[in-house]
Design a protein around this ligand. Sequence first.
Ligand SMILES: CC(=O)N[C@H]1[C@@H](OP(=O)(O)OP(=O)(O)OC[C@H]2O[C@@H](n3ccc(=O)[nH]c3=O)[C@H](O)[C@@H]2O)O[C@H](CO)[C@@H](O)[C@@H]1O
Ligand SMILES: C=C(OP(=O)(O)O)C(=O)O
Length: 423
Amino acid sequence: MDQLLLRGNGPLRGELRISGAKNAALPCLAATLLAREPVRIRNIPHLRDITTTLELLSTLGARILVDGQLGIEVDPRTVHSLVAPYELVKTMRASILVLGPLVARFGAAEVSLPGGCAIGSRPVNLHLAGLQALGAEIALEDGFVKARAKRLKGARIVMDMVSVTGTENLLMAATLAEGYTTIENAACEPEVVDLAKCLTAMGARIAGAGGSVIEIEGVAELHGAEHSVLPDRIETGTYLVATAMAGGDVTLKRTDPRILDAVMAKLREAGARIDEGENSIRIRMDRRPRAVDLRTAPYPAFPTDMQAQFMAMNCIAEGRGVLTETIFENRFMHVSELQRLGADISTDGKIAVVRGVPRLRGAPVMATDLRASASLVLAGLVAEGETRIHRIYHLDRGYEVIEEKLSALGADIRRISGERSVA
Ligand SMILES: CC(=O)N[C@H]1[C@@H](OP(=O)(O)OP(=O)(O)OC[C@H]2O[C@@H](n3ccc(=O)[nH]c3=O)[C@H](O)[C@@H]2O)O[C@H](CO)[C@@H](O)[C@@H]1O
Ligand SMILES: C=C(OP(=O)(O)O)C(=O)O
C-alpha cells in the first residue's frame, strides 16, 4: 500500500488549480441514469470515488466515454441491470445515489445497504422514507434496499434531519415523478445546487435549490446535456489551512470564494490575510495561527468536512480552541494520530479541546478516513522531522494528486509506492 512521506519545510508559496468537487461530481454522474440520451459531465476530478462510480455505472450497463478534457460522457441507454452490488457500495457510500435515479427511470432498483463507516453509522432511512413518500415500495432484504414503483408520484416530503445525499437522491427521483414534489428541510449545500443545475440542463423543472424548500415539477423524460461541476470547496479549504499552518503566500485558482464564507471567516480569525477574486482566493500568513473555536453544522455553517483540518491547525496555534462536531458521532478518529505527533487534545463526546503546542514532531501515523488523512498531511507539513502516513488510499478518494499540488508550493512530500515500501 502506498504511503506519504513528509518533512516540515517552511512556508508555502505559489499558485494552485482547484479540482472539480467530488461531492458534486458523484451525484451528477448518478443523475445521468435519468436521461434518455448521453449526458456529458465536465470538470470531473481524477479520484478513486469517481473511478468507483464509473465502475458502478458500467456494472449497470451504461456506456462510459472518457475524453482528455476531464469530461465524461455517460450513455444510459444501454442500462440492463438495476443492481448496485455490495463490492462497490462498501468502498463508497455515495453509491446509494443511484437508488433514486434507477427507481424513477427504470421502475426498480436493488442497492446494497452502505452500512457504517469510520466516521459514524450513517443510516439511509431518510432516503428510503422520501422514496416511500413518492410511492415506491421499499423492502430491506439480504442486505439490499429493494425499491419498486411503476411511476413515482409527486409528494410533500419533510426531512426530519438535513441530509445532503438524502436531498440529492430525492431531488433526482422527483424529476421524473408524476406531478409536483416539495422537499422541505432540504440540504442547502452548493453541491445540491450544482446537481439541480445539471438536472435542469437535462430538462428537469426545479425551483428553490440552495434554500431549505426545493420544488420540483415532474417531467415525462430527461434529455442529454452537458454540465461542468463546481470547484471543490473542501479541497480549497484544505489548501487554505495548509498555508495558514505553514505560512506563506498562496493563490488558489479556479475556485469559488462565495461558497467558503464560514471557512474563510475562521481563517481570518486565525490571523490569515485573505483576498477574494472572482474565481480565485489568495491567502497570506506571516504569523503563528491563533486557535479558533468552531461548531460544525449544515451549510452555510462550518462544514464537518473541514473539522479535521482545523483541528490540525489548532494543534500548532497560539491558545486553545474548542471544536464541536454536530454532524457525525465518530469524527475524531484523527485525534489519536495527531497526538502521536505531539498534539495536546482532549475529547468528551462531540467536543474536542485543543491546546496549541509550539511544534509537532514527525512520527508514523495511520490515515483512518478521508478528512482525517488530510489533517495528518497538514500536520506533517509543519512537523519537525519525518512523518510517514500509512493507508493513504483514503486520501485518494478525495484529493487529486495532493502530493504534486503541495510539492509545487514548496512542501517536502512524496509518495512511496506499495512495492517500494515493502522492499
Ligand atoms: C458524497 C457526499 O456528498 N458526502 C457528504 C455528505 O454525506 P451524507 O449525505 O452521507 O451526509 P448526510 O448529510 O446525509 O448526514 C448528515 C447527518 O444525517 C444523518 N442521516 C443521514 C441520512 C439518513 O437517512 N439518516 C440520517 O440519520 C447522518 O448520520 C448524519 O448524522 O454530507 C456530509 C455532511 O455534510 C459530508 O460530510 C459528506 O462529505
Ligand atoms: C465524508 C466524506 O465523503 P463520503 O460521504 O463519500 O464518505 C467527505 O467527503 O469528507
